[in-house]
Design a protein around this ligand. Structure first.
Ligand code: PMP
Length: 360
């Protein structure tokens, strides 16, 4: 069976190997006579999967010992609330870099929990760029600085990160975690919904410095990082199927040269599409400024809405899925997460070149 050319923004393409592996054990996981979904989350068979997923993530990203990995639910969106509930002290302000709609949502939720404010914004340009690091001014009353490392909707990505901060650096990495090597020590909390680079929807990964995890009995039990950290993310029933699939995705990353190997292919994929845009003499126009371009979400428009519509229609007929831009940007977006094969990106590039050639 031919797999679809899937450029969805999330949930998104999963590696074929992962789907095959899951299929092979669908009815009988590890000779238990049950599927993974039917096992108790307190059973050894499930706990081995759970712990293996943690170990794989830890080794792929070289996560230091003084960080905790949590598997939570509620998506990255719940982290918009849970993070300030746990880290925003009453006399301090959570500062947010507004680089897109998800950052706006994170700030909005934090403002319901405590005091939060934007310390930089590229909203005036419809989020075409990431601010220069020297423009980010974190006031003394900060509890933390929050960034969105990749802006899924606008197709911009931080190329380097603030350093020498006096406060914790928090990153929403939902749409680029595991796409390129990271120095985890630069961050104090990283969170990501799984449904782009890590697996299916249903599990949210949080990587948090242990010293930030505090017992606070005033917090609702399920919304306290401490609850989950002190119970190996098994305080209540975890999303066992999603964590199993996460463990398979992590194995696949390992088999493909780890994060370095994946990053090399990601570079090629992004370059392939940006080359078509840059060599099109303005037929295709990238939304993001060149020095802020995302390697995960390539956003572009064509000269008029009519041509854009025609492009999307023909692309759909040719079997390319998910190329419509988000409604707040319009135009087109190709999401080329880790699991999207290079050949699919090359097929899209060829389609774009042909469309331009044939357009009268
Ligand atoms: N942050 C970013 C950067 C995202 O791309 C998304 C989802 N597209 C979210 C947060 C929200 O994630 P979820 O749907 O898992 O709550």
């Amino acid at each position: 069976m031919k797999r679809a050319y899937n450029f969805n923004a999330g949930p998104a393409a999963l590696p074929e190997w992962v789907l095959q592996e899951a299929k092979n054990s669908w009815m009988n996981f590890n000779d238990t006579g049950m599927s993974i979904m039917e096992l108790s989350h307190r059973s050894k068979d499930y706990e081995d999967v759970h712990n293996e997923a943690k170990e794989l993530l830890s080794s792929l990203l070289s996560i230091p010992e003084d960080y905790e990995i949590l598997f939570l639910q509620g998506g990255a969106s719940l982290q918009f609330t849970m993070l300030p509930m746990n880290l925003l002290e009453a006399d301090k302000v959570g500062y947010y870099t507004l680089t897109g709609v998800w950052a706006e949502k994170a700030l909005k939720e934090a403002s319901k929990v405590g005091e939060a404010a934007a310390c930089t914004s590229s909203k005036e340009s419809n989020y075409t760029y990431i601010p220069a690091l020297e423009e980010i001014n974190v006031p003394d009353n900060a509890a933390y600085l929050h960034i969105t490392s990749n802006n899924t909707i606008f197709g911009t990505q931080w190329q380097s990160f603030p350093t020498d901060l006096k406060v914790p650096l928090i990153a929403d990495m939902s749409s680029d975690i595991l796409s390129t090597p990271l120095d985890i020590k630069q961050f104090d909390v990283i969170y990501a919904g799984a449904q782009k680079n890590l697996g299916p929807s249903g599990v949210t990964v949080v990587i948090i410095k242990k010293e930030l995890i505090k017992k606070d009995s005033s917090l609702p039990t399920m919304l306290s990082y401490e609850t989950h950290a002190s119970n190996n993310s098994l305080f209540n029933t975890p999303p066992t199927l999603a964590i199993y699939l996460l463990s398979l995705v992590l194995k696949w990353v390992k088999q493909n040269g780890g994060v370095e190997g994946i990053a090399a292919i990601n570079n090629k994929k992004a370059q392939t599409l940006y080359n078509v845009i840059d060599e099109s003499n303005g037929f295709y126009k990238g939304h993001a400024e060149k020095n802020s371009r995302s390697k995960m979400n390539v956003t572009f428009t064509l000269q008029t809405e009519e041509i854009t519509k025609e492009f999307l229609q023909q692309a759909k007929e040719a079997g390319f899925i998910g190329l419509n831009g988000h409604r707040s940007v319009g135009g087109c977006r190709a999401s080329i997460y880790n699991a999207v094969p290079l050949e699919h990106v090359q097929a899209l590039a060829a389609f774009m070149e042909n469309f331009q050639k044939n357009y009268k």
